[in-house]
Write a protein that binds this ligand. Structure first.
Ligand SMILES: C[S@@+](CC[C@H](N)C(=O)[O-])C[C@H]1O[C@@H](n2cnc3c(N)ncnc32)[C@H](O)[C@@H]1O
Ligand code: SF4
Length: 451
């Protein structure tokens, strides 16, 4: 008989965030770039693509940051990097062999907002050489509001921006000092007002719970400020404190961090307050106004999970450019070398910069499908699982039933359709997903806390 565990027993666990399955930690280092080339060549003619471009630079270094980026006060490394990026684009487009339509273009980082306006315009011209981009393409960019200059808006317009994502994290001065991220409400609001005045209809704000010195009062005040800005979407991530990976996080005194119990309280409070304020919760950490495309897709069970969080994009192929970027093909995943130097050397030598990857087995697809639906729908329908995988899904369904009756009964329960979560908590979805993950080993210092 499996041991029954209370909800509190799970909140100290460290588990993946499942932006892919298998998680990127499982990609194999001995991955052959020839396989990457073969997968690019096999993308069917006429298939629309999603394209992700990574900008691995910022002009400031926030001490909480877990992203793949480097601080630079000079622009030369950015200019040099862009030249390499254009070469990679030519190389990858050549391997694709056909001109493809882009359904999505996302610039992430780092801070793509530090690009000069003329470089944003040049980036678009380089993209136009290789891909068809029209009004149907959603173009989104991650912006650090303090980077924005009057020229930045022209650059973003030249790129074709349709959706802006702004990093906020927290507006409280003490929290901001402790994470080295000064940013006023007024300057953030001015950026949003300008973007809206220039016709950008969709704004996302990134915020964090679990930050140092966040008390219920301070956190509630930040939430109210964010609500007052009425972003179309809010991504409320739990701060991932992984100082063994990100050395600069050691600058944050651990005694100022909230406990897992306090983090859970913050996450639950935020979900309730944002729902009261008219937002629809999506998956483990996103919120959207009900008329937003993500909210509409969520109500139809058509939201998908990818490396940027949640998307309405059903494209089977995501091509990643830049160091650390991950590509997803029907056959599996490929990750570029995360070190900008090594990445640049490979591209300069006319080679693909992939350094890790994984070919998906049928078992990976089945478990990946179930985990993706759980992370998107905060529950799992056995009928949909059966429809997608038939008899092959039976052992997995039996396992989920055992877990829901046994070890995980404090987190989820069975109903006629499948499993539903007892509380709509992101941590519960992550913990349940880890039990369906064939690769998961309960080790500390690998993943961030589940809450
Ligand atoms: C590339 S940054 C966003 C754009 C821009 N660089 C900025 O900071 O405004 C992506 C987002 O990742 C989130 N993030 C960064 N480090 C994190 C961490 N350690 N734990 C959880 N989320 C984190 C932040 O919310 C951040 O806004
Ligand atoms: S949070 Fe954004 S601006 Fe700050 S270091 Fe990370 S990527 Fe750069």
């Amino acid at each position: 008989m499996p041991q029954l565990r209370s909800e509190a027993d799970f909140i100290h666990e460290a588990v993946p965030r499942y932006t892919s399955y298998p998680p990127a930690t499982e990609f194999e280092a001995a991955f052959d770039p020839q396989t990457h080339a073969a997968w690019l060549a096999a993308v069917p003619k006429g298939q629309a693509l999603s394209l992700y471009i990574h900008v691995p630079y910022c002009d400031r270094l926030c001490w909480f940051c877990g992203c793949s980026t480097k601080q630079t006060k000079r622009y030369e490394p950015v200019s040099a990097y862009l030249e390499v990026l254009y070469k990679e684009m030519t190389l990858v487009a050549g391997r694709l062999g056909h001109r493809h339509h882009l359904a999505r273009l996302h610039l992430g980082g780092g801070s793509p907002s530090l690009l000069k306006a003329e470089d944003m315009a040049r980036l678009r011209r380089e993209l136009d050489k290789h891909f068809d981009i029209d009004d149907r393409c959603e173009v989104s960019v991650e912006l650090d509001p303090v980077d924005m200059t009057p020229q930045s808006y022209d650059g973003l317009a030249a790129l074709g921006l349709t959706r802006a994502s702004l990093g906020v994290q927290d507006f409280d001065p003490l929290v901001q000092t402790t994470i080295n991220r000064p940013q006023s409400f007024e300057e953030t609001k001015a950026v949003i007002d300008t973007l809206r005045a220039r016709g950008i209809g969709s704004i996302n704000i990134d915020a964090l719970y679990g930050l140092p010195h966040q008390t219920p009062e301070r956190f509630a005040a930040t939430l109210e400020k964010i609500i007052s800005l009425r972003p179309n979407r809010i991504a409320l991530f739990g701060y991932a404190h992984v100082p063994w990976v990100k050395k600069h996080q050691r600058l944050i005194p651990e005694e100022t961090l909230p406990s897992p119990e306090q983090r859970l309280e913050e996450a639950r409070f935020a979900r309730q307050r944002l729902e009261e304020a008219g937002y629809q919760a999506i998956g483990i950490d996103h919120f959207a106004l009900p008329d937003d495309s993500l909210a509409v897709a969520a109500r139809a069970g058509q939201v998908y999970r990818n490396f940027q969080g949640y998307t309405t994009d059903p494209c089977p192929t995501l091509v990643g450019l830049g160091p650390s970027s991950i590509s997803r093909f029907a056959q599996g995943y490929v990750q570029n070398n995360p070190a900008t130097d090594a990445y640049s050397r490979a591209i300069e030598a006319n080679a693909l910069a992939s350094s890790r990857g994984l070919a998906l087995s049928e078992d990976d697809r089945l478990h990946g499908w179930a985990i993706e639906r759980l992370m998107c729908d905060m529950g799992l329908s056995f009928a949909r699982l059966d429809e997608a995988y038939g008899k092959a899904a039976d052992p997995l369904i039996a396992r989920i039933q055992d877990l829901a009756r046994g070890e995980l009964s404090s987190l989820c329960r069975l109903n006629e359709q499948g499993i539903v979560l007892n509380h709509q908590d992101g941590f519960a979805a992550r913990v349940i997903a880890s039990r369906l993950d064939r690769y998961y080993k309960p080790v500390t210092k690998r993943f961030s806390n589940a809450v």
